[in-house]
Design a protein around this ligand. Sequence first.
Ligand code: CA
Length: 228
Amino acid sequence: MAKILVVEDESKIARFLQLELVHEGYEVEVALNGYDGCEKATEGNFDLILLDLMLPGLSGIEVCRRVRNQSDIPIIMLTAKDDISDKVTGLDMGADDYITKPFAIEEVFARIRVALKRVKRKKKKENIYYYKDLTVNTDNYDVNYLSEKVILTKKEFSLLVYLLDNINVVVPRETILSKVWGYEYIGETNIVDVYVSYIRTKIDQKYNVDIIKTIRGVGYIIREDKDE
Ligand code: CA
């Protein structure tokens, strides 16, 4: 169950949020000022922070800035109704969302669910292929060999990822064509050969390796080499 930190100096509101969130099934801790909030945020293992901006001493904005320096935890600000500049500053400081006071508790629940789901999606999406000294990140299109950046075009990238996705499988040219180029291509498949040769120039030849293997008359394969 997700663990939520509520940073709110008005103890009545803090208590209300705590009761409601616990009732909803969350684990909740409360910090009644910014310093305590910062300390708890960095020490505790929270999944989300509900952060009041109007705090005595260390302001919510400052808490947000400090927390953001150390973690990507979702932060939902609680702001006064008309304080546009605080909202903007908070978002600039890396807050993910805001809720305007006075709020309906259902809205708080909904915002929390959205923020937690977003994190989950982000985590799930992260996808990096490691093959020998090659790393291919499908989130940001980064390709590296050892620690050197390899610049691939979009098609070259898709082709490489497709082969990595089908590691140890011989993929026929026709299949590559329809999966990577996205249409049924009747006849010539030598465009696949051309793109394989581009990738080989940029990786295999440059680093003197043999990543994409040709299966004569059929297609291509990237094979896990058990001896290496
Ligand atoms: Ca307050």
